[in-house]
Write a protein that binds this ligand. Structure first.
Ligand code: AHM
Ligand code: MG
Length: 326
């Protein structure tokens, strides 16, 4: 009889460490995010049937047109985390300010940042999207947690991960001891371990960037892309960070979203997108920079702080850095 692989909860129970208040907390938090991922996965699969395509009719705080599933996903992830009673502060890409954590704002031990539905322009065309999250231990004590608990560099994160809604649903996490992948078995309704201690694929001459923006890019990025093209690199761009990142992690390559002359800080959000994926990248042996500095060392100055990001195979990120003088 084949042995059933461990599920997400069991695996996380074995991957806690001293930085957590209780050994079961990591498993409880990941399980909550995993449960919301199952719900989002199911809603995405039936989105056309349930009239969940299209815009919710409002723009989020950074001006992006909110999709109906952005709003649904945001509520689902927040509610799942609230039910744990462990979370004192939450902030997401879809909310201008912090999310109300009720009584747990005083008693909860953890802070969670998340992008519930990343790459949401892909929803209407049934292309991959994802959820991204990062978990910190709280800093403040004895009163409701506040922005001081959230505005922190990624190097203070205890755990991070993503859920990829692709041809299968994958849950990836790190708690600082490697990167682990689980695949959702829809019949069992459980995430089962499929790859443990994932290593970033070696160099494979692939770049992922929205090259349509390249006329606005700074000289360093234009020179870099001209170089990789002259070296015969292949372009792959899905337009959903989780999917592009996951693809490059497994098959090799670099994802780039540079700043440009109109948007010097680029598009991606440090807290909700960049810092969590940078933690995963590094734990898999890869790297993530803004061109000159490590993404995980950047201090957010506001919840929706944006940064250029280059992430993936460490050799490729290093090569990119040379064009930025680092
Ligand atoms: P979103 O969180 O509003 O979906 O924006 C982030 C997404 C990333 O997933 C993706 O890599 C990028 O935006 C694509 O942007 P563009 O359409 O400018 O290429
Ligand atoms: Mg996003």
């Amino acid at each position: 009889m084949p042995v059933t692989p461990p599920n997400l909860f069991q695996h996380a129970m074995d991957n806690s460490n001293d930085e957590f208040a209780s050994p079961s907390d990591l498993a409880i938090l990941l399980n909550a995010i995993g449960s919301s991922g199952k719900f989002i996965s199911s809603e995405i699969n039936r989105a056309a049937l349930r009239d969940f395509f299209g815009s919710a009719g409002v723009a989020n705080v950074t001006g992006d047109d909110q999709q109906k599933l952005d709003v649904i996903g945001d509520n689902v992830v927040a509610e799942a985390l609230l039910t744990t009673g462990l979370v004192c502060a939450m902030s997401s890409e879809e909310n201008a300010g912090m999310i109300d954590c009720g009584d747990a704002a005083v008693t909860g031990e953890y802070v969670v940042v998340f992008d519930p539905v990343d790459g949401s322009s892909n929803i209407d065309v049934a292309a991959p999207i994802g959820t991204i999250f990062g978990i910190y231990r709280r800093l403040s004590e004895g009163f409701p947690a506040g922005q001081v608990d959230v505005l922190r560099p990624g190097n203070e994160m205890l755990a991070a991960g993503y859920v990829l809604y692709g041809s299968s649903t994958i849950f990836a996490y790190t708690s600082g001891d490697g990167v682990h992948f689980f695949t959702l078995d829809p019949t069992l309704g459980d995430y089962l371990l499929t790859n443990e201690n994932v290593r970033s694929h070696g160099s494979s001459l692939v770049y992922s960037a929205n090259e349509g923006n390249s006329p606005k890019w700074h000289d360093a990025d234009q020179s870099w892309v001209a170089h990789v093209k002259s070296e015969g690199y292949t372009g792959r761009y899905i337009g959903a960070l989780v999917a592009d990142f996951h693809r490059n992690l497994m098959k090799g390559g670099i994802y780039a979203y540079p700043g440009d002359k109109g948007n010097p800080s680029g598009k991606l959000r440090l807290l909700f997108e960049c810092a969590p994926l940078a933690f995963i990248a590094e734990q898999a042996g890869g790297a993530a920079t803004n061109g000159t500095a490590r993404i995980r060392d950047l201090e957010p100055d506001q919840l929706h702080h944006r940064t250029p990001m280059y992430i993936g195979n460490s050799k490729e990120v290093k090569l990119l850095g040379k064009f930025h003088g680092s």
